[in-house]
Design a protein around this ligand. Structure first.
Ligand SMILES: [Zn+2]
Length: 333
């Protein structure tokens, strides 16, 4: 039988054994935007056939300039589901689980212990701190990768072998102090380049390559073709990787500002919403329609996207308190 990985196996960095190892490893893709889906596709094509996808949002038309996996017909569908279907077409033998959910501490503690590595496809630092705590707690390597405008950053984090995210950024920034892709923009090619770097680093970690340098932060401005490498040191008193105080797994906020002018609200407790009956209830107040298992509502000049797990994303809003009030008023108390 023809071997799809023959060109990769002849590389001394991979080899016959390495290829077999890649096929046995399981990788969690945290976030299915441009970074996450491009990383997932690169890993899958490289032979990493066991993937877990997590994403809380739906595909929007302005995602398409940077996400190869999504087509115009996917607009309005949950990203994790659309990504799973396309990846499954690329490799029908792949074992792909998908979660249309917010990666909160509970879900992070459920999923991280079951995988060999976590790749970053997130659009916010809050969730990265949760992920960092979970990965250090369970001794799982992860790769911090972020993109903005024309540049990106990536750093492999291997617990006990190098620094963690909190060694690099000890304190979470105050909300609103870091520009988002919605404010600063994003060049479509940037997440693809950074995702390729991330997927390559993922393979090096999975194969325990001697070439891997934990804590090596790589900065790349794709437009200006400028790069920089900084070796991050482990902080002597890091709350996460030295003191093992996993505060982000204990604290969780019910509201989160997403990339852009959107706010996500979580239900008070785990729940299952009956979306068709909620749609009927809201139809007298505005437009409400269930499509692809997701409820879309236009109300008071705002767009609500409501998921069956009780989460809602309100677009066109920057005030978390107002978002919470609208959620309590219209969606669920
Ligand atoms: Zn640390």
């Amino acid at each position: 039988m023809l071997d799809p990985y023959i060109r990769q196996k002849i590389l001394p960095e991979i080899g016959e054994e390495g290829q077999k190892t890649l096929g046995e490893k399981k990788v969690l893709i945290a976030g299915c935007g441009a970074l996450g889906t491009n990383t997932a596709e690169a890993l899958l094509r490289a032979g990493v056939k066991r993937l877990v996808l997590v994403d809380r949002d739906v595909v929007e038309i302005h995602n398409l300039h940077r996400v190869s996996l999504f087509l115009p017909a996917d607009v309005g569908r949950p990203k994790a589901l659309a990504a799973k279907e396309r990846l499954q077409e690329i490799n029908p033998d792949a074992e792909i689980d998908c979660y249309i959910a917010h990666l909160d501490p509970e879900l992070a503690e459920e999923l991280v212990p079951k995988v060999d590595l976590v790749a970053d496809g997130l659009d916010n630092l809050e969730t990265r701190y949760v992920l960092n705590d979970a990965c250090v707690k369970y001794g799982k390597p992860w790769i911090y990768t972020a993109v903005l405008a024309t540049y990106g950053l990536t750093m492999p984090i291997v617990p006990e072998k190098g620094p963690c995210l909190r060694c690099l950024f000890p304190h979470p920034p105050r909300p609103g102090t870091i520009p988002t892709c919605a404010e600063a923009g994003i060049l479509g090619t940037v997440p693809k380049v950074l995702a390729s770097l991330q997927a390559t680093t993922a393979m090096a970690i999975l194969l325990e390559s001697p070439d891997l340098k934990p804590g090596e932060l790589f900065y790349l401005d794709v437009w200006r073709r400028r790069s920089q490498i900084i070796q991050v040191q482990r902080a002597e008193d890091c709350p996460t990787c030295v003191r093992k105080d996993f505060q982000f797994l204990r604290e969780s906020s019910r509201t989160a500002t997403l990339c852009g002018d959107s706010i996500q609200i979580l239900p008070r407790e785990r729940t299952v919403l009956d979306l068709p009956s909620l749609a009927r209830r809201l139809a007298s107040l505005g437009r409400a329609e269930v499509k692809n298992g997701v409820l879309f509502v236009e109300l008071e000049g705002l767009s609500f996207i409501v998921f069956s797990d009780g989460r809602a994303i309100i677009k066109g809003l920057a005030d978390p308190n107002r978002a919470q009030a609208l959620y309590d008023q219209f969606i669920a108390r």
